[in-house]
Write a protein that binds this ligand. Structure first.
Ligand code: AHM
Ligand code: MG
Length: 307
């Protein structure tokens, strides 16, 4: 029931994204969010839609969003609900106005005690405690991909009937590093270890990287989805401008780390497994290195050697 409510919300967001150019919902609102980023009109629409779909579910106690400073109690389940939902309602929002793929990322956590008022700390467990995670990607088709800890399944939205149809059962990473994804304009801000790894890949001198190709969309969810299908590695490392990383631990890194591990891959911050990191706050950030285990490990070795 919970998955179907989240999936329904993503169907509505998918329709809004598809019609955005016709409905005067492109562009920015003029506000900045808790992250200090420009808020787009579709960010708000997607945020409101997810919150509304989860508000009347007695099993959900509260939701937390990348767009909101604090968590929000639901009307139906604030005291009794067993689950806490965290989401990035519209990831990749800088790409919206250019019709480039964007998406929604979510995670589900079971709270320790039911029947008490939800506290922020209830959200701040390691990702290893998640009971489900997933995303929708609004691309050339809309896909809904999720895990409940027993593998990863992908569903394609059939717009004719308005239903998600199982199109990629049991998704697993192919064992090739097809795609290499990093924003290389940040190079002069990287650590020596990150530069060493990027140079190693770009040299294409080892069998592993001989056929690797660079791919970077700038929508994490779309970059992740492509790499899950083709194999590869995505990196948003710490750099001198963002020493703690740019991406959000709760709203982006944790759910995608659960998915990648379920698909046979790994996610680290360069040194630690993402799912072991305890967030310091709802909007905590983390460096993210995610993809095939062999490649994530290779990055870790070069960071350990060079810093
Ligand atoms: P957001 O669109 O939810 O704010 O997410 C941040 C985005 C990610 O989707 C993407 O991976 C990253 O920021 C791109 O950052 P950059 O433009 O610095 O390469
Ligand atoms: Mg995001």
């Amino acid at each position: 029931l919970l998955m179907s409510h989240i999936a329904t919300a993503t169907k509505v967001v998918s329709r809004m994204v598809a019609k955005a150019g016709l409905l005067n919902v492109l562009g920015k609102t003029g506000d900045t969010n808790v992250q200090g980023e420009q808020v787009t009109k579709l960010d708000i629409i997607a945020n409101d839609m997810l919150q509304a779909m989860l508000d009347d579910l007695p099993m959900v106690a509260a939701t937390a969003s990348e767009e909101d400073e604090s968590f929000v109690l639901t009307s139906a389940g604030a005291m009794t609900g067993r689950y806490l939902i965290a989401f990035d309602p519209l990831d990749g929002s800088s790409n919206i106005d250019a019709n480039v793929s964007i998406g929604t990322i979510f995670s589900v956590r079971r709270r320790a005690t039911v029947g008490t008022v939800v506290k922020e700390e209830d959200f701040l467990g390691p990702g290893s405690e998640l009971v489900a995670a997933g995303y929708a990607v609004y691309g050339s088709s809309t896909m809904f991909v999720y895990t409940t800890g027993q593998g990863v399944d992908g569903f394609t939205l059939d717009p004719g009937v308005g239903e998600f149809v199982l199109s990629r059962p049991n998704m697993t990473l192919p064992d090739t590093c097809c795609c290499f994804s990093i924003n290389q304009t940040n190079r002069n801000r990287w650590s020596a270890g990150t530069r060493a790894y990027v140079d190693h890949v770009l040299a294409r001198a080892t069998p592993r990287y001989a056929k690797t190709t660079g791919r970077y969309i700038g929508s994490l969810v779309a970059d992740f989805h492509r790499n899950l299908i083709y194999g590869g590695i995505f990196l948003y490392p710490s750099d001198s401008a963002s020493p703690g990383g740019k991406l959000r631990l709760l709203f982006e890194a944790q759910p995608l780390a659960m998915l990648i591990e379920q698909a046979g891959g790994s996610a680290t911050d360069g040194r630690r497994r993402i799912l072991d990191i305890v967030p310091e706050g709802l909007h905590a950030r983390a460096p993210l290195v995610i993809g095939n285990t062999e490649d994530v490990a290779c990055y870790g070795e070069l960071v350990a050697a060079h810093g």
